[in-house]
Design a protein around this ligand. Structure first.
Ligand code: HEM
Length: 146
């Protein structure tokens, strides 16, 4: 069961990254207004939101199952254990908040240019935080590419 979740969580990262990048790139050049924030634009932002939330939920379940999450003060002294106990989940939570808040803010804004700008900035901050919090294989945290 845990193995399935781990594989899903690992692979889903690429969908999270791809959909975030698509939503961000889609907003480029449209932030000054003059371009309608269409249903398709909203869908692009929504896909990224859904995949990020899904990834978060899977991660949350894994948090209470993973051998790398040890609820002890001594975990703070180990790079790997500290990463999975606080850094990974903490940064991902902040990223999720940026993405969610900018999506719902964009919905309420009247001006199209401002909608694109809100998505672009909020999602870009979220993307940077997610990239920084992923246990990439080169970081020696026991993570893999897929
Ligand atoms: C957008 C959000 C997230 C992304 C992109 C992400 C990505 C990843 C990746 C790529 C791995 C390494 C998987 C592997 O190497 O096979 C991982 C591991 C892990 N993630 Fe996340 N994660 C996210 C959110 C979360 C959250 C919110 C939690 C906990 C509440 C969490 C808990 C974990 C745990 C416990 C592991 C270690 C799994 C293990 O090796 O036992 N993740 N995550």
């Amino acid at each position: 069961m845990y193995d399935i979740l781990l594989h899903a969580h690992s692979g889903l990262r690429w969908l999270v990254l791809a959909t975030l990048i698509i939503a961000i790139v889609n907003s480029f050049g449209k932030t000054r207004g003059g371009v309608t924030y269409s249903k398709k634009d909203k869908q692009k932002a929504l896909f990224a939101l859904i995949f990020t939330h899904l990834q978060f939920v899977i991660g949350l379940v894994m948090y209470f199952m993973s051998p790398k999450v040890v609820f002890e003060a001594a975990s703070m002294k180990s790079d790997v254990l500290r990463f999975f106990l606080v850094e990974h989940v903490g940064l991902m939570l902040v990223a999720l908040i940026f993405i969610t808040v900018s999506y719902s803010k964009a919905k309420k804004i009247a001006m199209d240019g401002k909608k694109f700008k809100t998505i672009m900035i909020g999602y870009l901050i979220g993307l940077i935080l997610i990239l920084a919090a992923i246990p990439w294989p080169f970081r020696d945290l026991g993570g893999s590419w897929f």
